[in-house]
Design a protein around this ligand. Structure first.
Ligand SMILES: Nc1ncnc2c1ncn2[C@@H]1O[C@H](COP(=O)(O)OP(=O)(O)OP(=O)(O)O)[C@@H](O)[C@H]1O
Length: 303
């Protein structure tokens, strides 16, 4: 369990993390989301003691990470995959890490196999591609078989097979009862991976909820309807709670009423339906709505 209480980090006049409190629970994958510069990495660095909070506190497994006698076996961390780039081979790098914690070389071989690095384990890690470096960072995080995993953008640079592997891995680890905190900007990936999400915006927590609840709260369910009598159906649906918009190509997007109710109404009025498709909102839509006012680096809308 990770517990942050009123965590704050200031760099000069910039407040990178502003009075942030949250709990990351075991047995589930918690996604850590937010626009660029929202404070995710800074928060993660404070969790593992790489940055000292300006105010507040954070504990992992009931105590401060820096007070841990055996950090590698308690918390697996992937913060900056580039930080592992080294003149040593991947295997030697992992063995050196393992030696500091009395971890056997057989475990090094295990994590090399688990992360698909066997073919390149003898090569200099400094020559690794982005994806290989990322796999090595994940191997290092798993080395001590830790109860808690903190992974900052673990799928960055991975190929589709690697992305899927990370998803399956973290779901498996959470299924074993571990605590997993994972950041990513890839919303479709996050929606398949996380059970719970914490969203930061300009250094503050702007959402902390189970993923399905967040999507439900910040998106609206719509129904795509196609009928040759669109204006008749739109008229029949007319009510202050229902919005009907033209979806083009003879289609209507209807919000505020279920697909079943639309189907029943159409049948009652003898209006033929050619399509009736419920559309549930996505995490990406929810995220965009939620962070609209918290995006620091806005891009120009492409017409
Ligand atoms: N060492 C530092 N010195 C000064 N400012 C910093 C430092 N580290 C981070 N910041 C600032 O703190 C804010 C939060 O940055 P942080 O890297 O934590 O955001 P993030 O959510 O991880 O962003 P990204 O998604 O781009 O990785 C930013 O405004 C950043 O410029």
């Amino acid at each position: 369990m990770i517990v942050a209480e009123n965590l704050t980090k200031r760099y000069g006049s910039t407040t990178a993390v502003d009075d942030v409190s949250f709990t990351v629970r075991p047995g589930q994958v918690t996604g850590f989301l937010g626009p660029n510069g929202a404070g995710k990495s800074t928060t993660m660095r404070m969790i593992v003691g790489l940055d000292a909070p300006s105010a507040g506190r954070v504990s992992v497994g009931g105590h401060r990470y820096t007070q841990s006698r055996s950090p590698l076996t308690e918390v697996g961390v992937l913060l900056d995959a580039k930080a592992v780039h080294t003149g040593r081979s991947a295997r030697v790098h992992l063995r050196a890490m393992a030696a500091t914690h009395g971890i056997a070389n057989t475990r090094v071989d295990e994590v090399i196999a688990l992360t698909g690095l066997e073919a390149v384990a003898g090569k200099r890690a400094g020559k690794f591609s982005l994806g290989m470096g990322q796999r090595l960072g994940i191997a290092a995080a798993l080395l001590g078989d830790p109860q808690t995993l903190i992974l900052d953008e673990p799928v960055n640079g991975l190929d589709p097979e690697g992305v899927r592997w990370v998803r399956q891995l973290v779901r498996h680890l959470a299924g074993e009862g571990r605590t997993v905190l994972l950041s990513s900007h890839l919303m479709s990936e996050m929606s398949q991976t996380a059970d719970h999400v914490i969203v930061l915006g300009r250094g503050r927590v702007i959402a902390d909820a189970p993923l399905p609840d967040l999507v439900r709260a910040w998106t609206r369910n719509e129904v795509l309807v196609r009928t040759p009598r669109a204006s008749d159906l739109a008229g029949a649906l007319g009510s202050p709670d229902v919005t009907v918009t033209d979806a083009g190509d003879g289609g209507l997007l209807v919000a505020g009423v279920s697909a079943r109710a639309i189907g029943d109404l159409a049948a009652e009025r003898g209006i033929p339906l050619h399509e009736l498709t419920p559309r549930t909102g996505s995490l990406e839509e929810a995220y965009m709505a939620l962070t609209e006012g918290a995006v620091q680096y806005k891009t120009k809308e492409i017409a």
